[in-house]
Write a protein that binds this ligand. Structure first.
Ligand SMILES: *[C@@H]1O[C@H](CO)[C@@H](O)[C@H](O)[C@H]1NC(C)=O
Ligand SMILES: *[C@@H]1O[C@H](CO)[C@@H](O)[C@H](O)[C@H]1NC(C)=O
Ligand SMILES: *[C@@H]1O[C@H](CO)[C@@H](O)[C@H](O)[C@H]1NC(C)=O
Ligand SMILES: *[C@@H]1O[C@H](CO)[C@@H](O)[C@H](O)[C@H]1NC(C)=O
Length: 600
């Protein structure tokens, strides 16, 4: 009984202390190999830590060398004995892959394949296999972080962009002092290898030009610059097709399709990430922007309307009340009695009227103190009113006020403008924001993006356009050379205030990480901001825009006679009224006289 317990204890301890060799004794050569392997694993861990171990394969139905080591590593381990994972595993990029032989890894699951592309691999090399072949094999699968160990315990590591595609490393040397680490950044120097890319030629993102020195076709613009600098950074080359036509827009979709089909590595273009894109095909976002409308600056009020708007009804009412009060005061102060009070004297008091209009009038010979005081008030009121209206009128003539601004989508629909939309954009927005645009009243839908751009680039003021803030900056810059600003950016009405834009990439792009790091570096250096800020000048330089003035010169500086037509109409109407009053007065006087004679 006691013996039995001790046995259980010992076997439990043995299990915990990894005395696995007690169980199945191995020959000394195997032990030596294990020792070497542990050393290699330790060195790999020192280079960069790994948190998961994935073991591919089994040698001849039984555990291979790597399985025997597992208890000593004490790390989460995934065993893929059939060479492939069945379901989507989100492996971390810090996984270490151990392959039992050169054929062990046969990953079929595309998700795992992508997740494990950057992971480090250590392959056990069979005696009949050459390191060179293995490296070729792995490079073909676009898996570049590969090291291998053979039965003698020699360590090899694959090297891309080198004449001999692998190196042998000394296991015993201390990695701290050995510059040659096991896994290196293969794409740090691509030694002139080709990166396939093509610009979408959507100014100002990417534009083509002839290099003035070599005459070759090159691309510029803030998106192209990022690709160009990346190519330069990794010492690659970017040959552009000779038959690219300048200004010909192949369209974003064509480029995206070609990256999906592995015909392009990086498309020199940007894809808006609205949430339903497959992120395997998009890089880290290059920038974020808002996506709103640009609206024509409202027209200025025509001159002939200015007379009608300066007379504000409440102010007019106050002036009327003032007129009546002053008339009453004048009537009373004349004789300090209400004897002269009558409706005609109040409403048609000519002295009060003239005084308020700043005209002169005759005072009685010896005006009383009260009369003088009232007249003083009247003069001041007249002075204020005439100067106020004169200033008002002259200011409005020099800078007429704008017609009403549009602040909502309902305003757009009730305005005289049409809303220009590109069909793809409209469908995208409809699917995201659950609004139905196609039923709106005044929508103009463009099937081709180029048509849409063409009309937007000419600042045609019959339309309201969608535009990203990034693109708007160039329009704002362009308008600085206009006589008058033609459009303004509406922050009120937006499809989205936050859209991310990333580069369309090939799915298994092996240097995706470097490329994304490059994006971040360019941001950190402020180069992205710099390129974007000068994108309009790039457009002018690459002849994709003109410095033509597209502003609306509806308003002319001079005032014409027709602008004063309302005033003349008023003038004529009041003259007629005066004549009419005069005629009545004449008839009334004659009538009274005949009545008086009859009475005599
Ligand atoms: C860049 O690549 C070229 C081959 O295209 C090679 O001759 C050159 O040495 C490389 N530059 C560096 C700094 O390695
Ligand atoms: C979209 O709008 C319709 C009505 O306009 C509504 O019935 C539907 O529930 C909305 N869907 C979502 C996802 O909000
Ligand atoms: C603006 O576009 C409309 C419709 O396409 C066209 O009739 C009009 O002539 C254009 N205006 C200018 C100034 O080009
Ligand atoms: C710029 O483009 C216009 C047409 O878009 C063309 O007529 C002109 O020759 C070009 N200028 C230069 C310097 O390339």
């Amino acid at each position: 009984m006691r013996l039995y317990i001790i046995f259980i204890l010992v076997s439990g301890l043995c299990h915990n202390l990894q005395c696995i060799q007690l169980g199945n004794p191995t020959d000394p050569i195997d032990l030596q190999l294990q020792e070497k392997l542990l050393k290699i694993l330790e060195r790999i861990r020192l280079e960069r830590n790994y948190d998961t171990i994935v073991i591919y394969g089994q040698s001849g139905g039984e555990d291979c060398l790597f399985h025997e080591l597992l208890p000593k590593l004490q790390l989460p381990t995934v065993l893929l004995t059939k060479g492939s994972s069945l379901s989507d595993w989100s492996f971390s990029s810090d996984s270490l892959l151990l392959c039992c032989d050169s054929k062990a890894e046969q990953e079929q699951n595309t998700r795992s394949l992508l997740r494990l592309q950057q992971a480090r691999r250590l392959v056990y090399l069979e005696s009949e296999m050459q390191p060179q072949w293995l490296c070729e094999d792995y490079f073909e699968r676009e898996q570049h972080n590969v090291a291998m160990m053979n039965a003698q315990g020699d360590l090899f590591s694959c090297r891309l962009f080198q004449e001999i595609n692998h190196v042998q490393l000394d296991i015993n040397s201390d990695s701290k002092y050995n510059s040659d680490s096991i896994y290196v950044q293969q794409f740090r120097n691509m030694k002139g290898a080709v990166i396939r890319s093509e610009p979408d030629q959507l100014a100002p993102r990417s534009m083509l030009y002839h290099d003035p020195v070599t005459g070759n076709i090159k691309m510029g613009g803030y998106v192209a610059n990022l690709v160009n600098t990346f190519v330069e950074r990794v010492n690659a080359t970017l040959p552009l097709r000779d038959d690219l036509k300048f200004g010909e827009n192949y369209g974003l979709f064509d480029l995206i399709k070609r990256t999906h089909h592995n015909q392009l590595d990086i498309a020199t273009s940007l894809l808006g990430i609205f949430g339903d894109e497959n992120l395997d095909y998009v890089s880290y976002p290059y920038y974020s922007t808002s996506y709103c409308f640009m609206l024509p600056v409202p027209a200025k009020l025509p001159y002939n309307q200015i007379y009608t708007i300066i007379v504000d009804p409440p102010v007019l009412g106050i002036i009327m009340v003032l007129f009546v009060i002053l008339s009453l005061l004048l009537i009373y102060s004349q004789e300090l009695s209400w004897r002269q009070l009558s409706l005609a004297n109040v409403v048609l008091n000519d002295r009060s009227l003239r005084g308020l209009l700043g005209q002169s009038f005759i005072l009685s010979d010896n005006p009383s103190r009260h009369m003088k005081a009232i007249c003083l008030i009247l003069f001041f009121a007249g002075l204020m009113i005439t100067t106020m209206y004169q200033a008002y009128l002259q200011t409005l003539y020099t800078s007429p006020p704008l017609e009403e601004m549009l602040h909502s989508f309902e305003d757009f629909q009730n305005s005289r403008y049409k809303i220009a939309l590109w069909r793809y954009e409209m469908e995208k927005v409809e699917s995201i924001s659950n609004v139905s645009l196609s039923t709106a009243r005044n929508i103009a839908i463009f099937d081709l993006y180029t048509d849409f751009i063409k009309i937007r680039d000419t600042f045609n003021a019959s339309f309201i356009y969608t535009v990203s803030k990034q693109r708007w900056r160039t329009y704002a810059e362009q308008q600085k050379s206009f006589k008058e600003q033609a459009f303004y950016y509406s922050d009120d009405v937006c499809f989205s205030r936050f859209v991310l834009f990333g580069f369309p990439l090939r799915r298994h792009l092996p240097y995706r990480q470097q490329f994304e790091q490059h994006i971040l570096h360019m941001h950190a250096f402020g180069l992205t901001q710099f390129w974007i800020s000068r994108s309009f000048y790039d457009m002018v330089h690459f002849n994709t825009t003109t410095l033509k003035d597209y502003s609306n010169t509806r308003m002319h500086g001079a005032v014409f006679l027709r602008d004063l037509v309302y005033i003349f109409e008023f003038y004529a109407a009041f003259h007629l009224l005066a004549c009419f009053c005069f005629a009545i007065e004449c008839f009334w006087a004659r009538f009274r006289r005949t009545v008086a004679i009859k009475n005599v």
